[in-house]
Design a protein. Structure first.
Lengths: 548, 312
């Protein structure tokens, strides 16, 4: 008779092997590598918690040190490739195959290793896709996760950076997998239970807190007048025009400028209460002045941000917090919220082509997708109406029956025509295509597809692609805001003029904006210290952002 | 900012303008009496660096420094302001010569003080030899001007701080005023880290950088006479006060300065961190110093450390 319990028996054997090193569930940090050797089998699918922010760094180093005769050829399934050790695993042969979503800090090395054949790549995903595949065809046999504290039974408190943990544990623990957690400390009682003990088999107390990168802190001191101008254009031409209340912001300086202009410029335009009140967003420090001025009703977070803990705790009317008072973030839920419950995504990118496709890939870097494509995509499964969504749908397809017409999510790309180091934002051909050809990928890594993009904002103006009726109009609308880049200089002037008359392209003067008004004095905060002041001393910026 | 604002600087505007954020030209315009500034060798003369084009680098028509004369509360002053946003305010051949010339003119006239608004990372690498020579010439010119009875006041609060040769020149001035954002040192954070290792100095730890080189520390340790809030008006008032209070210059001044520095080394030489120095200076809650608002810090600094008028 067929054995229908093989997975469970295999898991029990793994736990039994590991238990020899544990007291109850607790394993000493010095035994962490032996625990890996006991529990993990060659070729296993392993989720090593590398999130956007928090990192199971101790478990990663422990895994890196295993005896290759016992553990090798692993298939890593993790959202973030962030630490150098994540790639050392492949260099050493501990791991062989990789499915991931984001690799910001390691983007250059991961590209080199893919070219060199050191990594067998499954696919680069968006967060939601990878999470979805945890439950279908990439379910981990072992999950190595990070939490702030554990009690002796193994109940875990993840702290404000809950991030991916509940999703990873759900997929692993309920499908015959083993969950090993590293914690900063073992306590008698955890502040709140984020992961119940019966889903956790082993707990390792780390000698130092897990690594968290402050990814979402933008120093207002570095915001330029060009970025302020694009922010003003976006507020007037998009936020005000559509009355966007539910939205997600990218992490660039242009959107930081928007956050800092809401209480000043936005207030003057009378937009308070009418726009930007509900966010799917990490706790951006730059949003503090808008929150303090009463603009923001609520924010659900993917993760937390270093230094924001006390502020969030004191503003529980705005943030999602546990009974203990600290932030509860959740990447999977927040990504879903961004996809289905937001009417707008606005963010920056590195390259935009003539169809409006955008990419953050350059020929030597593969940064992955993270969450932007989930935010910056029209959700075809969406059915609930909202005014901005219906208005955008109407602009795209004015002649069809309103009752049968889909709405459209506003997907806005914002940036200066020449970005950092004067590299043009607009290109004839994305570097992503060249990369795909070199690596023989089936798909070029496009961050946001042109057919999802509705608006492009540069210092030259706003292009409303919803109003374009064919590919040629679309191309000229993009060229028409591409400034002095080659793409911009090759515009058809007559056609661009015609598009401007139709309101497809709107220049600053068409919107009543004087570019000379784009001055840093308009920012509600001009330095990190100003943000601390706005927060009443509750925001504690990390050392690298302080100039005092 | 509209054109009419540009034409009519006012005290309110000087109060509302961050010295740190303002351009070198805006600093001069708001610091001096309205419409009193006359520029020497202005951008229209296009006296640009002869070296930068060899490196295919952009030039600036004023080579990143503005020099001229004007009045402060009705009295004549010479003024020089470095533009920290052009090549980090670094000294090159032309840049340095403009400041040397200004100081030599002051020496000749004997009675008109000089304000130097430092905003510099040091010497321009692309014209290193010329830049290093310029630093030496400027230091000599400062000392010669002071010997002739001219007060040379340094004002430090720009984006690039006051580093490298700029730090050496500042050390030669009659008196300095600094804001929290201003930093005064010779080797910059990255240079120290590169040469001595991250354990010695972590340049990414900005709080460490500021409490080691920042304005508050320089004021508490006696390296700067006055602490100014980050507004152009506060620097104007600091300049006026320093012109009023700074004593003459002679061998006694140098002896006093020497003993001040010896005393400093003896008292604080073993300290591992600025916070220890502040505590040794009698600051009750030393760890709270970085977060103190300007007015409270000035009050504290005045209590803790009297300005050593005889030194410099």
């Amino acid at each position: 008779m067929k054995n229908w319990q093989q997975g469970r028996q295999a898991r029990d054997a793994r736990i039994e092997a590991g238990a020899k090193l544990a007291k109850g569930k607790i394993v000493e940090a010095r035994d962490a590598t032996r625990l890996m050797e006991a529990v993990i089998r060659p070729g296993d699918r392993v989720c090593l918690e590398g999130d956007n922010q928090k990192q199971a760094d101790l478990l990663c180093r422990a895994l890196l040190a295993v005896d290759l005769a016992r553990v090798n050829g692993l298939h890593m399934v993790q959202s973030g490739i962030v630490l150098p050790e994540h790639l050392d695993l492949f260099d050493r042969g501990v791991a062989k195959r990789l499915d991931y979503a984001y690799s910001g800090p390691q983007s250059a090395r991961i590209a080199r290793m893919l070219f060199g054949g050191k990594i067998e790549l499954g696919a680069v995903h968006t967060y939601l896709e990878l999470f979805a595949r945890y439950f279908i065809d990439l379910t981990p046999q072992v999950a190595l996760i990070a939490a702030v504290s554990a009690d002796r039974d193994g109940n875990l408190y993840t702290g404000p950076n809950t991030e991916d943990t509940p999703t990873v544990v759900e997929a692993t623990a309920f499908k015959n997998g083993v969950v090993i957690a590293q914690v900063n400390e073992i306590v008698d009682k955890v502040p709140r239970v984020d992961i119940p003990a019966d889903r956790v088999q082993f707990v390792v107390e780390a000698d130092k807190p897990f690594f968290v990168e402050p990814l979402f802190t933008r120093d207002p001191g570095a915001i330029t007048e060009g970025q302020i101008l694009t922010a003003m254009l976006a507020i007037k031409a998009i936020y005000a025009r559509y009355g966007v209340q539910r939205l997600n912001h990218g992490i660039g300086f242009s959107t930081a400028a928007i956050e800092l202009l809401l209480p000043t410029y936005g207030e003057r335009l009378g937009l308070k209460g009418k726009v930007a009140s509900h966010f799917a967003l990490n706790p951006h420090p730059a949003l503090i002045p808008a929150i303090e001025s009463g603009w923001v009703e609520q924010i659900h977070c993917f993760g937390s941000e270093v230094g924001m803990d006390d502020y969030i705790r004191a503003r529980s009317d705005v943030f999602f917090t546990g009974p203990d008072g600290s932030l509860r973030s959740n990447r999977a839920f927040c990504q879903t919220a961004g996809l289905y419950a937001c009417d707008m995504f606005i963010g920056s990118t590195l390259q935009i082509d003539l169809q409006g496709n955008s990419s953050t890939v350059t020929t030597s870097r593969i940064a992955g997708f993270g969450g932007a494509p989930n935010m910056g995509a029209d959700a075809r499964g969406r059915r609930h109406p909202s005014a901005p969504w219906l208005q955008a749908g109407g602009e795209a397809d004015p002649d069809s029956s309103a009752l049968l017409r889909r709405g459209r999510k506003l997907v806005v790309q914002i940036g200066e025509t020449f970005g950092e180091k004067n590299v043009p934002l607009f290109v004839e051909k994305l570097d992503a295509i060249e990369l795909a050809e070199k690596l023989k990928l089936d798909l070029a890594p496009v961050m946001i597809y042109g057919d999802d993009v509705t608006h492009i904002v540069t210092e030259e103006g706003v292009a409303n692609l919803l109003l374009c009726r064919d590919a040629n109009e679309r191309e000229q609308a993009i060229r028409g805001v591409a400034g002095y880049t080659d793409v911009g200089r090759n515009r058809d002037r007559k056609m661009v003029q015609h598009l401007r008359e139709r309101g497809v392209i709107r220049r600053p003067e068409d919107l009543g904006i004087d570019p000379l008004d784009a001055d840093r004095s308009m920012l509600a905060a001009r330095s990190i210290k100003d943000l601390v002041r706005w927060s009443g001393g509750l925001y504690a910026p990390p050392s690298q952002f302080r100039n005092w | 900012m509209s054109v009419t604002d540009l034409e009519k600087p006012s005290v309110e505007q000087a109060r509302a303008t961050s010295f740190y954020e303002a351009s070198a030209r805006a600093r001069i315009r708001l610091l001096l009496d309205p419409a009193s500034f006359v520029e020497f060798i202005g951008p229209e003369q296009r006296e640009v660096s002869p070296h930068l084009k060899l490196f295919d680098l952009p030039e600036q028509f004023d080579d990143g420094i503005i020099v001229g004369r004007g009045s402060l509360a009705g009295s004549p002053v010479f003024i020089a302001a470095q533009e920290g946003r052009f090549m980090g305010g670094a000294f090159g051949e032309v840049h340095g010569a403009k400041l040397t010339g200004l100081l030599r003119a002051a020496k000749e006239l004997k009675s008109i003080p000089v304000l130097i608004l430092f905003d510099t990372g040091g010497v321009r690498l692309q014209e290193a030899n010329a830049g290093e020579l310029a630093i030496a010439e400027i230091m000599r010119a400062v000392i010669e001007a002071r010997t002739a009875g001219v007060k040379v006041i340094g004002l430090i609060g720009g984006r690039s701080g006051c580093y490298g040769g700029g730090g050496l020149i500042a050390g030669c001035c009659s008196a300095l005023a600094v804001s929290e954002q201003g930093r005064i040192a010779v080797s910059g954070p990255e240079v120290i880290e590169t040469n001595r290792g991250v354990e010695e100095f972590d340049s990414r730890d900005r709080a460490l950088v500021w409490r080691t080189m920042g304005g508050k520390h320089r004021r508490l340790i006696g390296g700067a006479e006055l602490f100014a809030d980050d507004t152009v008006q506060a620097f104007r008032e600091a300049a006026l006060e320093l012109l009023e209070t700074t004593a003459g210059f002679g061998i006694d001044t140098l002896n006093a300065e020497q003993s001040r520095l010896e005393d400093r080394l003896q008292r604080f030489g073993a300290c591992r961190d600025a916070v220890e120095i502040w505590a040794a200076e009698g600051v009750a809650d030393a760890a709270s110093v970085p977060a103190l608002p300007a007015d409270q810090f000035i009050e504290l600094a005045d209590k803790v450390r009297r300005i050593a008028r005889d030194a410099r």
